[in-house]
Design a protein around this ligand. Structure first.
Ligand SMILES: [Zn+2]
Length: 256
């Protein structure tokens, strides 16, 4: 009210000064606040601030801060690639969700799961052996998701809570099975296109052009992607991005 009164009664200059002070105070206040929390938006098209509109969100806009969730599908890869990706993430103080294909977890790769967890990253379920779930009946869908949960729990002691259908191919039945298992689907709204492009520069360029504030970026555990990850993260940081994880399932969803 004071601001409106001042703008009404006094010059543009005084009004501008006061507005600047108010914005600066908001930035300072928000700086000392707890870090922002994010959840997956219901449409699965990205993440959103858990608290909705907030002083923090206003200050993020003013400061040009943006947030994205990094995701890597189809691992664990083994042969040092998982470590290479983790090292690049660590260099950027970034965390990611690794959606694992459980048939890839074997004696040679099971040790990678502890590395993801100790780095503070999340392990997600990408089915047991990567079928197109839209072509399967409900019992097979359940089998694909649940056997992968069990394989991951056998190794880590914890069932994952995020699930991503292979190829992003989901149906109402897939959604219902995932929900009945206490899981949340995470699709994506930014795509590195690393499942088909032939050159690492294309992966970088797609990632940079598609990632917007509160995006979920799809990447795969592949050598070409790992090779340009440092460059992608560096350039996104220059645009104000921080890389965050969404909160895991809310309390009202039962996990057994
Ligand atoms: Zn996949």
């Amino acid at each position: 009210m004071l601001l409106f009164y001042t703008c009404y009664r006094h010059s543009i200059f005084v009004c501008g000064m006061l507005l600047t002070l108010v914005l600066y105070a908001m930035l300072l206040t928000a700086h000392g606040m707890a870090p922002p929390r994010f959840v997956l938006s219901p449409e699965m098209g990205g993440i959103k601030h858990a608290s909705g509109f907030s002083l923090r969100k206003v200050s993020d806009v003013l400061a040009g801060r943006k947030y994205a969730v990094l995701t890597f599908d189809d691992g664990p890869y083994g042969q040092g690639l998982d470590e290479q990706i983790l090292a690049t993430l660590q260099k950027h103080h970034a965390h990611a969700v690794f959606f694992l294909v459980c048939s890839h977890i074997n004696d040679a790769t099971r040790g990678e799961l502890a590395k993801f967890e100790s780095a503070g990253d999340l392990i997600g379920n990408h089915t047991f052996d990567h079928p197109d779930l839209a072509k399967l009946g409900q019992p097979e869908i359940r089998q694909q998701i649940e056997s992968c949960n069990q394989r991951i729990a056998d190794v880590t002691g914890k069932r994952p809570t995020y699930f991503r259908p292979p190829f992003g191919s989901t149906t109402r039945a897939v959604g219902e099975v995932a929900k009945s298992l206490g899981m949340q689907q995470m699709l994506w709204n930014a795509n590195s296109e690393d499942s088909w492009v032939k050159h690492p520069e294309q992966i970088r360029d797609f990632s940079l052009s598609q990632t917007e504030d509160q995006s979920v970026l799809l990447m795969h555990e592949k050598p070409m992607t790992a090779a340009v990850l440092d460059d992608i993260l560096t350039q996104l940081e220059q645009r104000g991005f921080q890389f965050v994880l969404p909160d895991q399932l809310s309390d009202n969803v039962a996990i057994n």
